[in-house]
Design a protein around this ligand. Structure first.
Ligand code: FMN
Length: 266
């Protein structure tokens, strides 16, 4: 390049590479460009990990769902990390150092690309969960003398879409829809009744009818979550969920469950 201006105009992101290895001198120049970059209060909170091992490069290329594939073919990757407790300008410091390294690469005629890892890889866009569960119940009661016996098979499917509302405080909206079947394989309820002079009202019979019959359910939930403070893992979330169950029992044919949850993840 003839001038710095030429360098910044012609630098591009490259995602395909030759198999040629870098010389130790080239690696030294790139790291020097990083170490000489400015940092808030000169705290230098960064750590640069040079990765050349093929297996580790391949593992890094799979750390997030998309956008990291070029690492697998690269001759070398530099993982830029920092301890957030060392400086509150660590994101800026690491970003500047990364750009300096990319400019140094361009000056050496080497292709490079920034692969974003911070706030990536630990979340999904889409997720589908399928589950099969079995529940067996065998209860005996002395007063009134009763016995419950039921065997149920649950088959459930849930699809979730994770929307990124904002990156600053990691705001996310999670929309989930789910549905499932319950197959009552076996079930009986032997209720001994109440004393004729002291009748009691019980929901048990209807409840058991519900548990010992085939059923299906559909539902969904909406969850909004937000990080409490930048660089802290803690999130607050608000979740609203509805689940409608329809059973084939005569005594109890449908149920709707609704819930609202305020919680923290940390
Ligand atoms: C903060 C940041 C994150 C980026 N993340 C990725 C990434 O994960 N994967 C990728 O292939 N490119 C990534 N890039 C490269 C950009 O896609 C690229 O710089 C942009 O498209 C402009 O193209 P140019 O660099 O050729 O001018 C990232 C760039 C920056 C600055």
């Amino acid at each position: 390049m003839n001038s710095f201006h030429d360098l910044v105009i012609h630098r591009r992101s490259y995602r395909k590479y030759t198999s040629e290895l870098l010389s130790p001198e080239q690696v030294r120049l790139i790291l020097e460009a990083a170490l000489m970059s400015p940092a808030g209060k000169r705290r230098n909170p960064w750590h640069f990990v040079v990765v050349e091992e093929k297996e580790t490069l391949e593992a890094l290329s799979k750390v997030k769902d998309s956008g990291a594939a070029p690492i697998a073919q690269a001759a070398l990757a530099i993982v830029v990390c920092a301890d957030p407790n060392e400086s509150d300008t660590w994101v800026e410091d690491c970003s500047i150092a990364s750009l300096q390294m990319m400019l140094q690469c361009a000056d050496l005629g080497l292709g490079s690309v920034w692969i974003q890892m911070r706030n990536r890889g630990d979340e999904y866009d889409w997720r589908v969960d399928a589950s099969v569960a079995y529940m067996g119940l065998k209860d005996k009661y002395i007063l009134p003398p009763s016995a419950k016996d039921s065997k149920n098979l649950f088959i459930d499917l849930e699809a979730k879409k994770n929307f990124r509302v904002g990156d600053k405080l990691n705001n996310r909206l999670l929309v989930a829809v789910k549905g499932g079947l319950r197959n009552a394989m076996e079930g009986c309820y032997c209720y001994g009744g109440t004393h004729e002079e002291y009748p009691t009202i019980t929901m048990e019979a209807a409840d058991e009818a519900y548990l010992t019959s085939d059923a299906w359910h559909v539902g969904g939930s909406l969850t909004y979550s937000q990080q409490i403070k930048e660089d802290k893992k803690m999130h607050v979330f608000l979740k609203a969920a509805v689940d409608y169950h329809k059973s084939k029992a005569d005594a109890f044919d449908k149920r709707t469950f609704a819930s609202c949850t305020l919680g923290f993840n940390f």
